[in-house]
Ligand binder design. Structure first.
Ligand code: FPP
Length: 253
């Protein structure tokens, strides 16, 4: 249940279209409770559930969750195995809800390097939710923004070489089409939990004008009301996209 007082403070006409979250602090949450790290990740799945519910309820159109960075795959084997298992369980459990609530699942990152079972589960959920349109849930898995940019450059050069793209047509918009996020709007709001104030190789190109929100709350403690607080702060900010106040005001009208 969301806090009605917080809900009332939200301007439904000015919701962020795309919210991206760096879910951090699972390990510290577990350590504080003398639990193995994987229990922090397991508790974090409940926060994932809560974010999807809240974002969908509000009418946010896209929610991207940084579930696994490329670097995370180099963590101790037990932890990586545990994360893969949680992901697999989550996908199996979530399919019905995504279908019921008209949510499409997409991924960004090198999913080909995940375990065959997780790849299979992802393929099934993506296929079965492909026609859903109320919201898109994007899981960033084995994702790294620099690698994504290098891959996009490589693909673009190849297209120029084979005549599919003219050099004079290279610009920001044509480049964006080679990124994993080609069919998504850029994030309006980035949230990072656990007190760290970094973007850690997440959506570097796409975040040029994203509003950043940092909170000390650890990810497993971050719930729907915390998302409302982040959106309230976002709505209080003056987004100018590098323009003067007057220009930005006329853009909004
Ligand atoms: C960062 O916390 C979190 C991760 C590396 C994984 C996030 C995964 C989940 C929330 C669960 C699985 C996801 C889905 C979508 C089912 P950390 O371990 O770096 O925390 P620490 O900085 O406190 O050590």
């Amino acid at each position: 249940m969301l806090d009605e007082k917080l809900l009332k403070k939200i301007d439904m006409q000015r919701l962020p279209v795309h919210v991206a979250i760096i879910m951090d602090g699972n390990g510290r949450w577990a350590k504080k409770r003398h639990l193995p790290r994987i229990e922090g990740h397991r508790a974090g799945v409940k926060s994932v559930d809560d974010m999807v519910t809240t974002a969908r309820k509000l009418g946010v159109k896209a929610l991207t969750l940084y579930a696994l960075s490329t670097e995370n795959l180099s963590r101790p084997k037990d932890e990586v195995r545990g994360l893969m298992k949680l992901l697999q369980e989550y996908l199996i459990k979530e399919l019905l809800r995504l279908c019921r609530e008209n949510i499409r699942l997409e991924t960004i990152g090198e999913v080909e390097q995940l375990t065959p079972v997780v790849r299979e589960a992802l393929k099934k959920v993506k296929e079965e939710t492909a026609g859903n349109s109320a919201m898109v849930l994007i899981l960033a898995l084995n994702y790294g923004a620099r690698a994504e940019i290098v891959e996009a450059v490589t693909k673009m050069v190849r297209q120029v070489q084979n005549g599919g793209l003219r050099e004079e047509d290279i610009d920001e918009s044509s480049f964006s089409r080679f990124l994993h996020t080609s069919n998504l709007p850029e994030p309006d709001l980035l949230i990072r939990t656990s007190g760290e104030k970094r973007v850690s190789n997440f959506l570097l190109w796409q975040m040029a004008y994203t509003e950043l929100y940092f909170t000390d709350t650890l990810w497993p403690d971050f719930r729907g009301d915390d998302l409302l607080r982040a959106i309230i702060e976002f709505q209080g900010r003056d987004r100018r996209f590098g323009l003067t106040e007057e220009q930005a005001f006329s853009l909004k009208r």
